[in-house]
Write a protein that binds this ligand. Structure first.
Ligand code: DAH
Length: 366
């Protein structure tokens, strides 16, 4: 009798003071496990007389039940305390300042180049590149500007003091047109490329910087004519300015590398003191402005590109990317594009995840 009482008070006391779940588990094994002391007591019932069993049985079962219940209670209490401790340690203090917003933005020139690449990709053009340090053959001669050609003088070229291994004069390319020659020589015909990139001229004022950006276009195929050029430019400008009322005016012009050559003007209106592309330039309050140069690729240029001009025709165009950006996004001083002023970039820049797509709109401002 005393054995049971002693065992009981000892067991309940030890369980109540157990400090962790491992101790609770080892106490469970010590009392209720196969070799446990209470399990041992239960086994003694078999050897007892019916009278003894009648007296001892209920006491031993009651002990087993109270130990089982106390173990469960202690386990629940310890688990609750552990959860409380974790919640306290892991709490988030919402009164702390938020993490700093990510800095930096996509420069409008990069944004516009991405927009143009997206529009042209949809028309089946791929992107071609060429070196910014170019030789005078690719930059001039192959584009039908031989050494004595007056157009060379108009380009205000930066020359390097040394010639290339082939004896060619080296320069910073004055336009993206040499990529036409490189693409024809590398890929042959048919061909549908754009070539965006930096170009350099010794010139500097509010609308000219010594480095600026152009995008060149070149299509070579059979039976290409001016109608293809006009449709392509119209489709491009409507998609770029995101309006259907873009009106183009093609004016006869002269470039050595195209014949015939056309200068492309677009109608605009003055809105809030700035030029907004749209509508005919002949409407009251509107005007025409020159946007880009283009034309049918000159036979001599096709020959320099290794193509037979009796078999292949093409059109080409070149347009200033910085000017397109200014027109679309409303900046008025080109020089600010290259100052690296963080306030200007924060104002005119684009969020890095704001990738231009035709489905979502190529030019949604940040
Ligand atoms: N390369 C010319 C320039 O920089 C622009 C240009 C005009 C490019 C007519 C062309 C073109 O491809 O056909 O002024």
């Amino acid at each position: 009798m005393n054995d049971i009482d002693t065992l009981g008070s000892d067991a309940l006391g030890r369980i109540a003071t157990a400090q962790d779940l491992d101790t609770v588990e080892s106490l469970r094994v010590a009392f209720l496990g196969k070799q446990g002391s209470i399990s041992g007591l239960l086994k003694t019932l078999g050897g007892m007389s019916p009278e003894e069993r009648q007296a001892e049985g209920p006491r031993i079962h009651a002990l087993r039940e109270s130990v089982t219940a106390t173990l469960a209670e202690r386990k629940a209490a310890l688990e609750g305390a552990a959860l409380e401790a974790r919640l306290a340690a892991e709490r988030i203090d919402l009164t702390l300042p938020a993490p700093e917003a990510p800095r930096g933005s996509v420069h409008p020139v990069s944004q516009v180049m991405d927009e143009l690449a997206e529009i042209f990709a949809d028309m089946g053009f791929s992107v071609a590149t060429g070196p910014e340090i170019e030789d005078d053959w690719h930059n001039f001669t192959a584009l039908n500007m031989p050494e004595s050609h007056p157009a060379r003088a108009m380009h205000d070229t930066f020359y390097f003091p040394d010639r290339s291994a082939e004896g060619r004069e080296m320069l910073l390319r004055t336009h993206t047109s040499p990529v036409q020659i490189r693409a024809m020589l590398a890929q042959g015909a048919p061909l549908r490329i754009i070539a965006p990139g930096r170009v350099y001229r010794s010139d500097s004022d509010a609308t000219h910087t010594p480095m600026f950006h152009q995008i060149e276009g070149l299509v070579i195929d059979k039976g290409i004519h001016l109608g293809h050029l006009k449709w392509t430019l119209e489709t491009l400008l409507k998609a770029f300015f995101e309006r259907d009322d873009v009106v183009l005016r093609l004016r006869p012009s002269y470039f050595p590398f195209t014949e015939p050559s056309v200068e492309v003007d677009t109608g605009f209106a003055f809105e809030g003191g700035r030029r907004v592309v749209g509508g005919s330039g002949d409407e009251p309050g509107h005007g025409w402005m020159e946007l880009l140069g283009s034309g049918m690729v000159n036979r001599k240029v096709l020959e320099a590109g290794g193509l037979d001009p009796d078999e292949w025709q093409g059109f080409a165009f070149g347009v200033g990317v910085d000017r397109l950006a200014m027109l679309k996004y409303g900046m008025n001083d080109l020089r600010a594009f290259f100052d690296g002023d963080r306030r200007w970039l924060a104002h005119y820049g684009f969020a890095a995840l704001d990738v231009p797509t035709l489905s979502a709109g190529v030019g949604t401002a940040a």
